[in-house]
Design a protein around this ligand. Structure first.
Ligand code: ASP
Ligand code: MG
Length: 432
């Protein structure tokens, strides 16, 4: 049985046009079976995050924020279906579940509650898409992915329990595939052994598609996006980006490790382990294959630039300016791990140790206070981390324009630098 796994992100289902486009794409794949993983509509995940925050702040706005989400979904259904009442009834159940939560006093575990509420975005979009594909007479079946994706209880960043997930995928999905061509299911969410809902971390739907590809031995995986493929830079930032038709798994892992947002970083490993090719392709031009990521060797690449915004440098020194010794470093690293501060770059000098991390103020604050009295920490905010793979001198010069370089490191194929943007200084017009 030839099986493909498709993933459509929030941008591809942000409005009725988007759903119609997905429907059109699905109609062109008449051969073989497809497991379709969908994200929440447009910016729904952000909107649900706002509901959770407001609920915890008890500022009285949670219900009305939730109602905005509901109205947006109902408006979409009204646009998409001639008679949408059955679909509205279906999604109403999801909203009722959230309303029940909002009626209670907030649970002490924020992350737990976050997952119970924010996960609903994917349930909504997948239900709507399932109904829509049925109206197109496609043989599709909706599946609650929480019956398949088994995780631990690290809410908001749940780890996959692979053996259970593998067993579930085969026992739950394969029988459905016998009678249906398309299975519509959710990205991003999973379930603990106690049946609590978990999420896999923001933008985690790609990872879900990779997990299912792995467990079901898919022939290929396809991420449908609003870009032509994997580009040499973020098109919202750079003018002259080009699409790379082929990438190796290794290159894709490196790019996402350095922060390229095109694919979730955890996506590649499972499909690489089974040598499943990954297509990153444009949903606005389904005839294009986009970028194919596979086990290529010895490809040569143009310079690729990855920018991570909102970086912070933490300069840590001992209070008496004695050496930062190995036992200090080991303690610093265990705290970085404890507060999940990913080290993007680092350097140690005689009396200080500097790390570049994503600016996550509450975790940095906790980290600092647990460092204790023996250390002093100075932070440098509002920085950017620029990583250039396959660099040449021209692109380096280009990237350094109007920047103050605080910290730079060159490896054979990668340059990284932490920079501050300088205000562009323009001379005043004068008369002489
Ligand atoms: N809807 C989730 C998010 O926005 C997951 C995803 O889009 O992949 O983070
Ligand atoms: Mg998304």
């Amino acid at each position: 049985m030839e099986l493909k796994v498709f993933k459509f992100g929030g941008a591809s289902v942000r409005d009725a046009e988007g759903f119609k486009n997905v429907g059109q794409i699905m109609s062109t794949f008449k051969q073989g079976k497809i497991v379709l993983v969908v994200s929440a509509m447009g910016k729904t995940t952000n909107a649900l995050e706002a509901v959770v925050k407001s609920y915890y702040a008890q500022d009285g706005r949670a219900y009305s924020l939730l109602d905005d989400v509901k109205q947006a979904h109902i408006a979409l259904i009204t646009d998409l279906f001639a008679d949408g009442q059955a679909v509205i009834d279906d999604i109403n159940d999801v909203f009722v579940e959230i309303e029940w939560i909002l009626e209670e006093v907030p649970h002490e575990d924020f992350d737990y509650t976050y997952d119970q509420i924010v996960s609903m975005g994917e349930l909504l979009s997948s239900k709507i898409l399932g109904h829509y594909l049925t109206t197109l007479k496609l043989q599709s079946q909706w599946l609650d992915v929480r019956d398949v994706i088994a995780t631990d209880n690290t809410f908001r960043d749940a780890r996959i329990i692979w053996d259970s997930t593998q067993k579930n995928a085969i026992s739950k999905i394969n029988p459905l595939l016998e009678n249906h061509q398309i299975i519509v299911t959710q990205g991003f969410i999973g379930s603990t052994s106690e049946n609590f809902t978990t999420t896999l971390g923001r933008e985690g739907s790609d990872y879900t598609a990779a997990i299912l590809s792995y467990c079901l031995d898919a022939e290929s995986m396809h991420i449908w996006k609003d870009v032509p493929g994997v580009l040499t830079g973020d098109p919202r930032i750079f003018e002259e980006v080009i699409m790379m038709p082929r990438l190796s798994y290794k290159e894709a892992i490196e790019m996402t490790y350095y922060g390229a947002k095109v694919i979730h970083p955890k996506t590649i490993k499972p499909i690489q382990n089974k040598q499943i090719p990954l297509y990153v392709r444009p949903f606005l031009d389904p005839s294009s294959e986009g970028t194919i990521i596979s086990d290529e060797k010895e490809l040569s690449y143009p310079p690729v630039v990855v920018i991570e915004m909102d970086q912070t440098l933490l300069h840590i020194s001992t209070n008496d300016f004695s050496f930062v010794a190995e036992h200090h470093l080991s303690m610093i690293f265990s705290l970085l791990a404890k507060y999940r501060l990913k080290v993007n770059m680092m350097r140690n000098t005689a009396i200080s140790f500097t790390v570049c991390v994503n600016n996550i103020p509450d975790r940095i604050k906790k980290f600092e206070s647990e460092l204790g009295a023996e250390f002093k920490m100075i932070t440098d905010n509002d920085l950017e981390l620029i990583t250039i793979r396959h660099y040449n001198e021209d692109i380096l010069k280009d990237m350094k324009k109007n920047k103050l370089i605080l910290f730079e490191e060159r490896l054979s194929d990668t340059v990284q630098m932490v920079v501050r943007n300088l205000p562009k200084m323009k001379r005043k017009e004068t008369n002489h």
